[in-house]
Design a protein around this ligand. Structure first.
Ligand SMILES: CC(C)(COP(=O)(O)OP(=O)(O)OC[C@H]1O[C@@H](n2cnc3c(N)ncnc32)[C@H](O)[C@@H]1OP(=O)(O)O)[C@@H](O)C(=O)NCCC(=O)NCCS
Length: 210
């Protein structure tokens, strides 16, 4: 996946995980095995660096090739005057990224089968020690801007466990609209809290939702 691609927000870079970068693999493994992540997304089955590498190389890349989006790495830019001392803004992106701190991931997902919802859903996860700093909201905002401006998709859906107070607070803080709880056929009939951005259609059946 393009090592030079990035989305920039005030404090963050959003970029592709690179399977040949050990730090990216280790970070994905770390993020996906936190109790908080497992509670929200289930056990992804990653146990070691090589599993994370394979996940990036096979699944994420395939996802990216099929849809144009995939899970993205979210990294915090260095703060303060040293930020551009050694590596200036003209340096290759991966050199700049090496000076950043990975804090989480943001992603868009969509099934490939004919009954998949018409637009992707937005997800996010931030390392527990980096939460409550506004990173999920900022990263999701950057990702949504890219979805619209870069990929020409105006709307994403937000699904979360109704008990996930933090995820619902992020959608709310982004100005998304709470459309209530629905049983989602794409997730085996699981009941989910459904959120949509303000520009979404009133009639959610256009996206395939009940
Ligand atoms: C959900 C999660 C990504 C939130 O990340 P975060 O970086 O702490 O969120 P932010 O700091 O951007 O917070 C955005 C808003 O949500 C609120 N919020 C975040 N966590 C909260 C919590 N546990 N309880 C109440 N409100 C919360 C913040 O106060 C903020 O509200 P404000 O803008 O009105 O002040 C993080 O808790 C996480 O990774 N959880 C595990 C994975 C997960 O559940 N992902 C959701 C899948 S859709």
């Amino acid at each position: 996946m393009d090592p030079n691609f990035f989305i920039e927000t005030d404090r963050l870079y959003i970029s592709y995980f690179q399977h040949d970068n050990d730090a990216h693999c280790d970070f994905l493994l770390n993020l996906y095995t936190t109790p908080e992540f497992i509670a929200s997304a289930g056990n992804t089955g990653l146990k070691k660096r090589q599993d994370a590498r394979r996940r990036i190389k096979n699944s994420f890349s395939k996802w990216r090739a099929t849809h144009g989006y995939c899970p993205y790495l979210v990294s915090r830019k260095p703060a303060g005057p040293t930020a551009t001392d050694a590596v200036g803004p003209e340096a290759p992106f991966q050199a700049r990224l090496a000076r950043c701190t990975p804090v989480g991931s943001v992603w868009f997902m969509r099934g490939t089968h004919p009954t998949a919802y018409a637009v992707p859903d937005l997800g996010f996860a931030i390392l527990p020690e980096e939460t409550r700093k506004g990173y999920a909201k900022e990263a999701a905002g950057g990702a949504m801007k890219h979805l619209k401006e870069g990929l020409g998709i105006d709307v994403a859906l937000g699904f979360t466990d109704p008990a996930n107070v933090a995820a619902k607070a992020v959608f709310k803080s982004m100005g998304w609209v709470d459309r209530g709880e629905m049983a989602l056929r794409e997730f085996g009939g699981e009941v989910s809290s459904v959120w949509v951005p303000p520009n979404a259609a009133e009639d959610l059946s256009v996206y395939g939702l009940p």
